[in-house]
Write a protein that binds this ligand. Structure first.
Ligand code: DQA
Length: 142
């Protein structure tokens, strides 16, 4: 199994970005944990981050050619991007939506996701462990 872990805008700043909301682990540390977890579950995990909507769309299109599934935290684009939703619907491989924070306990504009309806499932609110749980879900039920 090959899995793409895709992180959207501002997630490169994890570790120093609002740690009371997002935790103190850096993106590099999270990615290392996911690669390690993937290995222990027999999966090859590749991690990418982009601050650009088009870069995220290109990564999703490319994943279609090599990945069995995608773990995706689109950051702020979650709440705005029809283009990301269309890309997920187009690629035909399972995508699991991931958020570090519980978006429903935050501002109202974070309560709507443009992508949930075209995702296989969604894990939110468990900090970096949202990704770990999403990876297990993707591997066991994707
Ligand atoms: C986030 C939640 C989004 O609302 C926010 O814009 C982010 C991070 C999360 O992981 O909790 O950038 O996706």
């Amino acid at each position: 199994m090959k899995i793409l872990v895709l992180h959207g805008p501002n997630l490169n700043l994890l570790g120093t970005r609002e740690p009371e909301i997002y935790g103190s682990m850096t993106l590099g540390e999270i990615d290392a944990k996911l690669v390690e977890l993937g290995k222990s579950l027999g999966a090859d995990v590749k991690c990418l981050q982009s601050n650009h909507e088009g870069g995220l769309i290109d990564a999703l299109h490319d994943a279609r050619t090599w990945a069995n599934g995608v773990l995706f935290n689109p950051g702020g684009y979650t709440h705005t991007s029809v283009a990301l939703r269309d890309a997920i619907a187009a690629i035909g491989i399972p995508v699991v939506e991931v958020h570090l924070s519980n978006v429903y306990a935050r501002e109202e504009f974070r309560h709507h996701s443009m992508i949930s309806a075209v995702c296989k499932g969604k894990v939110i609110g468990f900090g970096w462990r949202s990704y770990a749980l999403g990876l297990r879900g993707l591997l066991e039920a994707g």
